[in-house]
Structure formats: C-alpha cells, structure tokens
Design a protein around this ligand. Structure first.
Ligand code: WTA
Length: 654
C-alpha cells in the first residue's frame, strides 16, 4: 500500500464497563485483563499451554506445545489426544446432566428443551448410526441441514468418531453444494427433507438430489432427517431416513481419542477469486479458543441463557453454537427462523420468552430491526439481557447506540468481536468487565493474540489513525491449518505478502491514539480516489449516520481522471425516493458525506433501492454491486440471494 488509507471518521464516546457488570465478571477490571496480557507476552507458549491444560479434558496429555517445524503450517499440542465431543458433553454429565443444553424454537414457534444427558445420548446413538453406515475416522461428511438441534447432533457425532464434517449452509444452491461435496471428497451427506425459514419451505433434499445427480462420485450414503414431513423421493441403497439409521443403535459410543491436530471440520468460504476455499480447522487448538472466548468475551456463567443467532452453516454457528457453548456447559437458544417472521419482534420475543441473558448477532440484523422502529422492541421484556454482541462487519455508531439504548437498556456492554472463518474464534474484542467501549471499534486484541496494523513493508503503523494491513504476528491455537487440498493457496492467501512472517487477514484497519482497532473493510474493498485511499466502510458509516439513510453499500467504478469513482447504493427510511426527491436527497447526501469525511469521499453516484443484495448470512454482495455499478452483465451465482427483485432497482430498471 503506497499511500496511506484515509481515515477520517471520528468517534469519541467512551463507555467504561458498568460497575454492576464488573462485580460479577469472570475477568473483572482492567488490571485483571492486563495481567492475562502480560502473562501471554512473557511466555506465549506457556500461556496457551496453561489454558489448554486447565480448560480442556485430555485423554493423553501433551508435551509439545507448538510445533513450528513446518511453519506457517503450525501445529499445536501435537502429542496430546482428546475428543471434542467428550469435552462438550460427557464431562458435564456428572454435575450438569439434567441442565438444559439447548432451548430450541422452530420457525413455527414450537419449543423443545434438550438436557445435556439427552443431547449426549442423541449424539452417541447418531455416532453409532454413522459408523453403521460405514463412516470411519478421517472420512468427510457433508451436513446440509436446517438450523435445528439435529444439525448440532450431526456435527458432534462426527467429532465423536473422528469424521471431519463440512457444514454447507442450507441456503446454498445445489451447484454450491456439489462443489463443496466434491472438493471435500465426502463419503456421506446428512440432510433433511426440507427446512423451514420465515414461513417458507427450503427444499434441501431436492437440492441434494440435484447435486448428487450432477456428480459427487465419492458419496455412498445420504441420511435424511424428516423435518417437514412432505414426500421426497428416496433412492434405494443410497438414501436412508434418520430414524431408520438410528433404529437398533445403542447409546453407548466411546469417543475416539484423537490427536489434537485431527481435522475437526472444513468450512468453505469465498475468497477474492471465485472458487471457495475449504478452511481446515484442527481439534484441540480450535476448541481451546472456543472455550477461552466464551469465558473472556461472553463472560459465560452457569445461569446464563446464551443466544447466538448465526446458522451452523457459518463459522459463528460452529464456534458459538455447535462447540463453544457446549464446551463450557452453557444453556443456549437455537432458533430455526428469521428475525422478522411472522413479525418484526420475533428476536425480542424469543429473548423475553426464554430469558436470554447474552445475545449475539450481526450488525446487518441490528440495522434491519432498528429500521422497524423502537415501538417493537419496547413491547417486550428485555430486562434479563446483560450482554450484547456483534460480529461480521463494523457496526456503525448509530446502530451501536440503538442496540445499546433500546435493546440493552444502557445496562449491557456490547462486545464487538472481530474474527474470521480462518481464525476460528474471536481475535480482537473487548472483555465486557474490563475494556472501555467505543462505538464502532472492536477495541483491543485478546490476550495471546498479537494483532497489529502494518504498512506494505510489514512495519508497524505507529501513527494514530493511519490505515494499514491487519496482521497477526504469532500463531494462535484456533488458527486455520490449511486450505483443504491446496497448501499453496493457504500460503499464497494468508502468508505470502510478508514472506511467511505474519498471518494476513485481508482487512485494512487503523489504530487510534489509545491503540483501539477500527476495521476499515476488506483490503479489496478499499478505493483509490484521486490517489487517496478510502475504506468503503467509512463512507458507508458516514451515509448511514444521515437520518434518512437506513443502509448503504459503497463500491468503486473505474474513472478516467480520479482512478476510481464512488458509487453508493442506499436504502432510505420511509420509502424509496424517485425523480426530483431522489435528486434532492442525492445532493444532500453528497454534501453530508463531504461534511462527515471530506469532499474526496463524496459519492459520484447514488442509487436507491428497497434493499441491498445480501447472502443468506447477511453479507452484502459487493462483487455483484461492483458489476452493477460498472453496468456489466451479472455472471455470478445469485441463487443464494435473499431478495432478487431489488437487483433491477439497483440497475435503474425498476
Ligand atoms: C469482517 C465472520 C468489522 C472482516 C466471523 C473479516 C468484521 C470478515 C467483524 C470475516 C467486526 C468480522 N468488525 N469487521 N467485528 N467481524 N468482520 O469469515 O472483514 O464470515 O475479515 O467470519 O468479516 O468474515 P467471516
């Protein structure tokens, strides 16, 4: 990066941890947090070794902490053996067998409570069923399921027998499913007849059939959970119902004692090129950071009711639904549906009805719910909430304040957690009983995480508010181990830029005068306008700070004179403007951005629509927006779009 990133957003509010929270927090106060940081700085490996011994159950203790002989293919706790499912279930049975592990609410509103003892039994029986279908240690199993407890059962059962799972989000198309099954070389697929989301049926079995008909030669069996109950064709010899697979299976399934480095799962994530990468995680290190972050960042306590709204198809649903909460013996809510069905108060109703104390969701959901107005959350009793969290993108200060005031009643800290599929667990995040918060900042790296912002030569950016590349300078236990089947791509994507010295996150960031991290967006989302580098997210934050703007996405378009022109896609509050009203608003917003950031950041063009194109996980589809901004034909797969009709509006054709 030859020029510095322009960084001009100024957020000066600071929220210290509330005394009532600090009193009961696991890590109470700034000094306690500093002590952990110091311990890690003094002895990085010793720090993680101590936590690995204290927080996990090892069948065979490890003597090697970090093996860096094949760096940057790092390996942790290599001679230790453990089982992730044992750590999540068996070790709680003696004192927490009757405790509720999962409170499930279906799309239609039916609820089920599952205790640790019941979950353990379900996992053991299903693990035996997998073995009976020929699944062995090291085999890959693709899970293509609705957001129901059985998805977690399937993941835990794989972990129990040492099969490596790869969960494919239920909103992905048959084509995407096929690509992932083939890349993973899966032997077995677990799916359902259909899923239910927002009152609609998602035809999972039909998509799986289509994927398998088009290829996937390695797949021998398909296990089908009956969620919907409608007729689906079953292929004799290949397809078997979940209940049939379980028939005759006992609930005794001793865990496989696996090497700490055994591949727990693959999770495909899109990179800057088209083909998704199979991010491979290991067992021991991954689970360790799932546990440490549940304790540090979520301050999880025995009587908490934890709710992470992410689907198990994403990393957040792995670390903070399927593994982390269970590994610490917590009670958690799992919800099958969507935030606005059948009404815009669904999330808050669930919080109220199940007594949720810790709520973790994405800024995009917060903004969407904010748009509906304060009257909706005000109808519900949210007084049990004590901690709020966000993940996935920077949260704009306006949404942060709304979340803080209207949802958290000014009493709940907000943990803004920066991390990635690749990092396995939170990396930069506050500890709610220790870290003063600044709206829009993910604050400071966790103990043992050596995050920094560096320039193109890899030197730390020491000047406050100058942007650079976000890197991690030391290996950490839950780091990805490789890109499945493509170690070269692992090196090229994450390490090559600084010759293997630092893990390169692919995000740009700046640190303020207090050392707080502000994520500015993906490096490939950085615009170069007249020689000035501008983070697209900063322009977006400026736009959404305007009272008329509900949501905004900014992309670049090649421009003869300036290098890049700024195109903003905007969703307004109270109806989509057109004609003169649109022109007037455009003029106003351009001035607004000029005022918020500087004239250089003024959007050259603003297009209005009723929504933005998003993946089912809520990520704005920036590549698609770039194509639209450039007037190019859309060639990419838009089958996972939540809202296809808005494309025409953004193209100016509707
Ligand atoms: C972005 C999701 C700002 C970032 C866990 C990262 C964030 C990418 C934050 C990873 C945050 C995630 N603030 N940006 N708190 N959390 N991101 O792999 O660009 O789906 O690189 O993992 O999301 O997305 P992924």
């Amino acid at each position: 990066m030859s020029e510095e990133l322009e960084s001009v957003l100024n957020e000066s509010r600071i929220f210290p941890p509330p005394a009532a929270f600090v009193d009961k927090a696991r890590i109470a106060g700034w000094e306690a947090l500093q002590a952990l940081r110091e311990e890690a700085r003094a002895d990085h490996q010793g720090f993680w070794a101590r936590l690995a011994q204290e927080k996990l159950h090892w069948h065979t203790p490890f003597s090697v902490i970090l093996d860096d002989s094949r760096a940057p293919h790092y390996a942790w706790f290599t001679d230790g053996r453990l089982n992730v499912s044992y750590n999540c279930l068996d070790r709680h049975l003696a004192d927490k067998g009757g405790k509720t592990a999962i409170i499930f609410e279906s799309d239609e509103g039916a609820t089920r409570h599952i205790s640790y003892a019941e979950l353990h039994e379900a996992v053991c029986r299903f693990a035996n069923a997998l073995k009976a279908q020929g699944v062995e240690k090291g085999d890959r199993v693709v899970i293509y399921m609705p957001m129901i407890p059985e998805a977690v059962v399937a993941m835990q059962a794989c972990a129990r027998i040492g099969a490596t799972h790869s969960v494919v989000f239920g909103g992905f198309s048959a084509q995407a499913l096929k690509d992932r099954i083939e890349d993973a070389g899966a032997k077995l697929v677990i799916t359902a007849d259909a899923g239910h989301r927002g009152g609609k049926r998602v035809e999972l079995k039909a998509a799986a059939d289509q994927a398998l008909a088009a290829g996937c030669p390695t797949v021998e069996k398909v296990i089908v959970y009956r969620r919907s109950g409608h007729d689906v064709p079953m292929q004799p010899g290949r397809d078997i119902w979940w209940d049939q697979a379980l028939a005759g299976q006992g609930d005794d399934c001793p865990p496989e004692w696996l090497e700490a480095e055994h591949p727990l799962f693959l999770l495909y994530t899109s990179g800057s090129t088209g083909k998704p990468k199979g991010i491979q995680h290991a067992s021991g290190g991954y689970l360790l950071n799932a546990v440490t972050t549940m304790e540090w960042v979520f301050d999880i306590q025995d009587d908490d009711v934890f709710w992470c709204t992410a689907d198990v198809g994403w990393i957040t649903g792995h670390s903070y639904v399927a593994y982390g909460p269970l590994a610490v013996g917590a009670t958690q809510v799992i919800f099958e549906g969507t935030p606005t069905h059948p009404h815009g108060g669904r999330f808050w109703e669930i919080c109220q009805n199940h007594g949720v104390t810790i709520f973790y969701t994405a800024p995009t959901a917060i903004r969407a719910l904010m748009k509906l107005g304060d009257e909706i959350p005000e109808r519900y009793d949210l007084s049990k909430l004590r901690l709020l969290g966000t993940v996935g993108e920077p949260i704009n200060p306006e949404a942060w304040m709304w979340y803080y005031e209207v949802i958290g009643g000014r009493r709940c800290p907000i943990v803004d957690t920066w991390w990635q599929t690749e990092t396995g667990a939170h990396m930069i995040a506050p500890l709610p009983g220790a870290t003063p918060l600044k709206p829009g900042s993910c604050t400071l790296p966790l103990p043992g995480i050596e995050a920094d912002v560096v320039d193109a030569e890899g030197n730390p950016v020491t000047e406050a508010d100058k942007g650079g590349f976000l890197v991690i300078k030391k290996p950490w236990p839950s780091m990805l181990r490789t890109v499945w089947g493509d170690p070269q791509r692992y090196y090229d994507t994450y390490w090559k830029q600084f010759d293997g010295r630092y893990y390169v996150a692919g995000d740009s960031a700046r640190r303020d005068q207090d050392g707080y991290f502000w994520i500015m967006g993906r490096v490939d989302d950085v615009l170069n306008v007249s020689g000035h580098r501008l983070g697209t997210m900063e322009i977006e934050s400026a736009l959404v700070a305007h009272p008329r703007v509900a949501e905004a996405a900014v992309v670049g378009r090649p421009h003869e004179v300036k290098g890049e022109a700024i195109v903003a896609f905007v969703v307004t509050r109270g109806g989509r403007p057109s004609g003169e009203a649109a022109d007037a608003l455009t003029a106003e917003l351009r001035e607004w951005v000029a005022k918020e950031i500087g004239p250089i950041a003024k959007p050259d063009e603003i297009r209005y629509a009723e929504g933005l194109p998003k993946t089912r996980s809520g990520k704005i589809m920036r590549r698609l927006l770039r194509a639209i901004a450039r007037g190019e034909a859309i060639t990419q797969d838009i089958s996972t779009l939540e809202n296809e009709e808005i494309i025409k509006q953004l193209q100016g054709e509707a």
